[in-house]
Design a protein around this ligand. Structure first.
Ligand code: SF4
Ligand code: FES
Length: 391
């Protein structure tokens, strides 16, 4: 309230209306958690959802309609591996029909050229392909999938042949950090318009594998210099995005562009999340598109309201001039390190836990890398996966 306003005791206070919530820019649709790869930094939750719980084609079509009505501009078909869903072309075609820009986030190992061409024909706008490395052996080790790199290279060529724009996502960790420059050069060779060189973000599976993935500070600094040099060298040829590792940062990233501000994430069974790791936060409950309209969930659900805006912030964020720039950083990382989701992200130098974060990185990266704990379903979940046929 404006402090110059003087409300007399006999006057009813004005109703304090919440500011209207702007629609999200983008929706990440996790069509399935099924995936042939087992990357140890997967952003899917530790408890993977089974195929039998996935939304049906009819339900996803309705979700697309509701997203468009809400004002979403872009949909990202993701997973797991979204291409294991046989209805992907139908979903892509519907997105095109109702004016949504569609992006396919894929591992590139399940689609053949004909199915990719069918997706292009259906109206797909863009493909984002992840790579584990340029070194074939290390790539196979990270994905736990022999021959993975050869399949990805063939897929990337098909993407360009069918006329789709390509972004390459290179996920950086201690096993491949020395080859960031070669990953960027590979993106250029493959005709990608953009490459995202992203250090692993430590939630879920990656948090479980932190010691196996964490590079040293010296490795990160060298990689950063190489990325900068590549940016100079390749100016005008390719856009290079660089996501620094939180554990060595001094300022936090604006995670998801701020909680409940720009993005929403829908799980295979239809739960709507403010970010992919939000289910790690105790006490939050998530509504499902099976039970409530998407617009209602976005504007009023408890989970989206919990950390939206700045009112929830404690110090040091509450009085910080960056609070509407980074929105206090990442809630899930704050929880993972401090035990409190409402704390400042420890990636911030002003966080009391900042040195703790740095200490964890130093300890993890100084020790020899342990074996990976690969992303996989529990034996029970695996049985369900085998039984399920691709829809
Ligand atoms: Fe961001 Fe909070 Fe750190 Fe300020 S104190 S920079 S708002 S995380
Ligand atoms: Fe959940 Fe950052 S991943 S807020």
């Amino acid at each position: 309230m404006n402090e110059s306003m003087n409300i007399g005791p006999d006057l009813a206070p004005p109703s304090v209306a919440s500011p209207p919530v702007a629609p999200p820019l983008a929706a990440l649709l996790e069509l399935t958690h099924r995936c042939p790869l087992q990357c140890p930094y997967c952003s899917n939750p530790i408890e993977l959802e089974r195929a039998k719980g996935e939304l049906s084609t009819v339900e996803w079509l309705r979700v697309l309609d509701e997203a468009a009505e809400l004002g979403v501009l872009q949909v990202h078909f993701s997973g797991g591996e979204p291409a294991v869903r046989r209805d992907l072309p139908e979903l892509v075609a519907h997105a095109r029909r109702i004016g949504l820009y569609s992006n396919l986030i894929t591992s590139g190992v399940t689609l053949d050229r004909a199915r990719l061409a069918a997706l292009a024909e259906a109206g797909l706008d863009h493909v984002q392909l992840s790579i584990q490395d340029v070194d074939h052996q290390t790539a196979a080790y990270i994905a736990n999938y022999p021959g993975v790199q050869g399949k990805k290279l063939a897929f990337a060529r098909w993407v360009r042949e069918v006329g789709l724009p390509l972004t390459l996502n290179a996920v950086v960790n201690r096993h491949n950090v020395s080859r960031v420059e070669r990953m960027i050069d590979l993106a250029v060779t493959l005709g990608a318009g953009r490459v995202e060189v992203a250090h692993v973000q430590y939630y879920g599976w990656a948090l479980r594998n932190r010691a196996a993935l964490m590079p040293t500070l010296a490795q990160v600094q060298e990689a950063t210099q190489r990325v900068e040099a590549a940016r100079q060298r390749l100016r005008g040829q390719i856009v290079i995005d660089y996501v620094v590792p939180d554990y060595y940062a001094r300022q936090p990233k604006s995670c998801m562009g701020g909680w409940g501000r720009q993005f929403l994430n829908i799980t295979p069974s239809g739960e709507v999340l403010p970010c992919h790791a939000a289910q790690t936060i105790p006490g939050l409950t998530f509504d499902s598109v099976r039970n409530r309209p998407l617009a209602e969930i976005w504007t009023t659900s408890d989970a989206f309201q919990a950390y939206r805006g700045t009112a929830w912030m404690p110090e040091p964020c509450r009085s910080c001039d960056q609070r509407e720039v980074d929105w206090g950083g990442c809630r899930c990382q704050a929880l993972a390190i401090t035990g409190t989701a409402a704390a400042a992200d420890p990636a911030c130098a002003l966080s009391p836990a900042h040195q703790v974060l740095r200490g964890l990185a130093d300890v993890a990266s100084d020790a020899p890398a342990p074996d990976f704990s690969y992303r996989r379903m529990t034996p029970q979940q695996s049985a369900a996966k085998v039984a399920a046929t691709a829809r």
